[in-house]
Write a new protein. Structure first.
Length: 364
């Protein structure tokens, strides 16, 4: 891990430049359940996303894929080969206009087709914010169920990439969770990316699917090759424990898994790690049952602490599990500053910061 090789000397960091772009965690693959299919092949997250869209377009002739540069494969190559396979009337480029991409996707979905819209960077989804929260999320409600745009899925990159700075490393998921009518999903690896993306595309509600870009080529797993879906709004326990519960999503799940292993080795503390997967609507009951068992909760995410989705989880668990808690609900998150560049290792909730939260929680 990057921080383990950084020595602090005179207020300066030695080794940061040498580690520029290095991941602050080790990706930990998980084995897909047998019900997802027996035939498997090694895929990274980028390939898994491509495979999911390929299956969606093959099984739904109304499905179209559009966004900046997607016909060429996209800047991250997630749509590579799909234009050749399905034609330029189903896979095509759009102008550089996020509001237009979202608005067009809403219209396509209202007209009855399945829309898969790509916003090249999650950081640039904000020009489309009005369309998504005031149009897509409310379309069915405002028409009394006469019209809807549920077949809209918006894909966007998400999270720290190692050198993205303030305009290419943000985690904007919490901004959308305040709006009823939109589902928000973040996968932790290739298998989840494929299964959850297919679920979003086929769901009857608009969905925003955030893809951790640092995992595009860093994360590889044996992914089932067939058509499978992972249910939305279902959390997954990826490590069982009895002393502390940690809830996270996306890249941060792997950070928390490392911190949990460190806590076991150094403190003898058994940590349960839960991947929330769907941020909105989230699986509250799954977290409640875990916290009732462990008596402690830590929520960790890359986004800033203030008004991050961890605050919603902390409030809900305090309401439902107050008499079971042995310590206050803790949050290990990004700082309330713009995402920095050279100081990125100090902004991120690294393994050591999460480990410190575990120590403080069990010693409260």
């Amino acid at each position: 891990m990057a921080l383990r090789n950084i020595a602090l000397l005179g207020g300066r960091t030695r080794g940061v430049l040498a580690k520029r772009g290095a991941a602050h965690f080790n990706f930990q693959p998980t084995e897909a359940p047998k019900e997802y299919g027996e035939e498997r092949t090694k895929m990274n997250l980028c390939q898994a996303v491509n495979n999911a869209m390929d299956i969606a377009m093959a099984t739904d002739p109304s499905a179209i894929l559009f966004g900046e540069d997607v016909a060429f494969g996209g800047v991250f190559r997630c749509s590579l080969g799909l234009k050749d396979k399905y034609g330029s009337d189903r896979v095509f480029n759009t102008p550089l206009c996020e509001q237009g991409i979202a608005g067009f996707g809403i219209g396509v979905a209202v007209a009855g087709s399945t829309a898969i819209a790509e916003i090249q960077f999650g950081d640039y989804i904000f020009p489309a914010y009005d369309q998504l929260v005031n149009e897509a999320a409310k379309y069915r409600y405002r028409s009394g169920g006469l019209f809807e745009c549920g077949k809209l899925t918006v894909r966007a990159t998400w999270g720290a990439v190692g050198h993205g700075a303030l305009y290419h490393s943000q985690s904007p998921e919490a901004n959308f969770t305040h709006t009823p009518g939109i589902k928000v999903v973040v996968p932790r690896g290739p298998t989840q990316a494929k299964g959850l993306l297919l679920s979003c595309i086929r769901d009857d509600n608009p969905a925003i699917f955030f893809e951790p870009k640092i995992l595009y080529r860093l994360a590889a797993e044996e992914v089932p090759t067939g058509d499978f879906m992972i249910p939305l709004s279902k959390a997954e326990t990826v490590r069982s424990g009895k002393d502390v519960t940690i809830v996270s999503w996306g890249t941060q799940v792997h950070v928390c898994l490392e911190a949990a292993q460190l806590a076991q080795e150094k403190l003898g503390v058994s940590v349960e790690v839960i991947d929330l997967q769907t941020i909105q609507p989230w699986d509250e009951e799954h977290i409640v049952q875990s916290v009732k068992k462990t008596g402690r909760l830590i929520v960790s995410h890359e986004a800033p602490k203030t008004s991050g989705f961890g605050a919603e989880i902390a409030a809900a668990i305090q309401e439902r599990c107050f008499l079971h808690l042995e310590s206050p609900v803790a949050r290990s998150c990004g700082w309330d500053t713009p995402f920095p560049h050279v100081y990125e290792p100090f902004y991120l909730p690294t393994v050591w910061r999460v480990f410190d939260s575990i120590k403080k929680t069990v010693n409260f």
